[in-house]
Ligand binder design. Structure first.
Ligand code: GLC
Length: 442
């Protein structure tokens, strides 16, 4: 008996740990569309586009007074807002979902909320619900609907934090409860009105899970929308990790993750910010994400009149050309090979029988794959079908180390951004991962 107890004490942590690592079929089912989607478009649209200044942070950090910040309400016209063409452009970029700011930290709601007193219907010349027609347009394009919602509301009378240096109150549970009712009320409106597929929270760092009532928030959303996916910024009550701006270097531990990233250096529209990444850089960041099993949520910042800046449209169109041509290597694929086999990102088809290699540069000689045990059925260039031959070099009959696989890519077949090569394998991908074979042991 004593022995059994001791055994249990030693082994229990491992057993329970093993259980928590076990696949959760319910969650996997819910997350499937997200896992397959790979690309989403983030939209930061708000009154900050009027002056072209930082969303919310500009008054929070004291670069402009709250009063002057709110004067931007008068310039938010949305007069050229065309939700159908937004959705079409997003669909053509190759994105499968969009996430729009329903309310940023500044508290200005873009939908017709009955709660609080700051929204674009009553307080701006836009005078209408801007979320409703966009949700409709996204659905028409068969795109999934994501809503960004900031937990902090720095303009709301019962939210404690006003600016970085100014608090409205401290330790006043009655006022905090009023805030909780307000934010839960707004979330109920968003879920009933728009039935989002994804809720994207932000700003959870200002309070703990208990103060936000994060658990209740999750339950509230799930009871209205059982399959809604929630990002990580809900103090541990989300479904996937949300790295921001920095591309992970090693594969993130979380099974589900999404890098959110700006096209220039701003989330919202800022006419002075021309520091756009090139389509080539964006495509390469994108494949870096999908090769590590993640998604990219690429941000655009429409102008106050509702038009999308030309530079952003150009990037989305080039992204669209590239994603359309290479769709089989993108959507529904799995993370690719671990480092060491190929110097570049890779993905694998769901059945693990096709390996996609992303060739980012003009190769100065054949490309090389190491440690691939499979026989190759066919090698072709994705998007144009060109068949390629290969050579296996250095295979020793006495060694189990696979030979070096060289593939020549004709220069006139290269894509102007990134070329994709498909290796149709005999059977599921099978990699050599040992230390190499030392002669003495044979
Ligand atoms: C940051 C900022 C916010 C931006 C968000 C997008 O957390 O607070 O301004 O909306 O990142 O990920």
């Amino acid at each position: 008996m004593k022995k059994l107890l001791a055994w249990l004490l030693i082994c229990l942590p491992f057993i329970s740990n093993a259980q928590s690592q076990e696949p959760d079929p319910e969650k996997e089912k819910k997350m499937q569309w997200f896992k397959d989607a790979k690309l989403g478009i983030f939209i930061h649209w708000g009154i900050y586009a009027v002056n072209g200044i930082d969303e919310s942070w500009s008054f929070f950090n004291g670069y402009i007074s709250h009063e002057d910040y709110l004067k931007q309400l008068d310039g938010f016209t949305a007069e050229n807002y065309n939700p159908a063409s937004w959705a079409e452009l997003i669909g053509q970029s190759g994105a499968k979902y969009a996430v729009i700011t329903s309310k940023h930290h500044d508290g200005v709601a873009l939908w017709e909320t009955k709660l609080g007193n700051l929204n674009v219907v009553e307080n701006t010349p836009a005078k209408r619900d801007l979320i409703a027609p966009f949700v409709k347009a996204l659905r028409k394009e068969k795109l999934k609907v994501g809503l960004y919602y900031s937990l902090p509301d720095w303009s709301f009378e019962n939210y404690p934090q006003f600016t970085r240096n100014k608090k409205r109150y401290e330790n006043d549970p009655a006022r905090w409860n009023k805030f909780l009712d307000y934010y839960h009320g707004q979330l109920k409106e968003l879920t009933t009105n728009f039935k989002p597929d994804l809720m994207w929270f932000d700003g959870d760092w200002e309070h703990g899970a208990e103060a936000w009532k994060a658990k209740e928030t999750r339950e509230l959303l799930l009871s209205a929308q059982p399959n809604v996916i929630i990002n990580s910024r809900l103090r541990g009550y989300g479904d996937y990790a949300t790295p921001e701006q920095g591309v992970p270097v090693t594969r993130p531990e979380s099974k589900y993750w999404e890098l959110c990233m700006t096209m220039n250096d701003s989330w919202g529209y800022q006419h002075n910010d021309n520091n756009y990444k090139t389509p080539n850089q964006i495509i390469r960041i994108f494949i870096d994400c999908i090769a590590m099993g993640g998604n990219l949520l690429l941000d655009i910042g429409p102008k106050a009149d509702g038009s999308i800046p030309e530079e952003q449209v150009t990037i989305l169109r080039e992204l669209g050309r590239w994603t359309r041509k290479h769709q089989e290597a993108i959507y529904g694929t799995k993370a690719g090979l671990p480092p060491g086999h190929f110097f570049g990102p890779t993905t694998l088809s769901k059945d693990l029988q096709t390996l996609y290699l992303f060739v980012e540069h003009k190769p100065n000689g054949p490309i090389l794959i190491k440690g691939l045990k499979n026989k190759i059925n066919r090698i072709r260039i994705v998007g144009n079908g060109t068949k390629l031959s290969h050579k296996i070099v250095g295979k020793q009959y006495w060694s189990s180390v696979p030979g070096l696989l060289y593939i020549d890519i004709p220069e006139d077949q290269l894509d102007e951004q990134v070329t994709v090569i498909a290796l149709q394998l005999k059977g599921k991908v099978d990699l050599y991962r040992e230390d190499g074979q030392v002669i003495e042991s044979n």
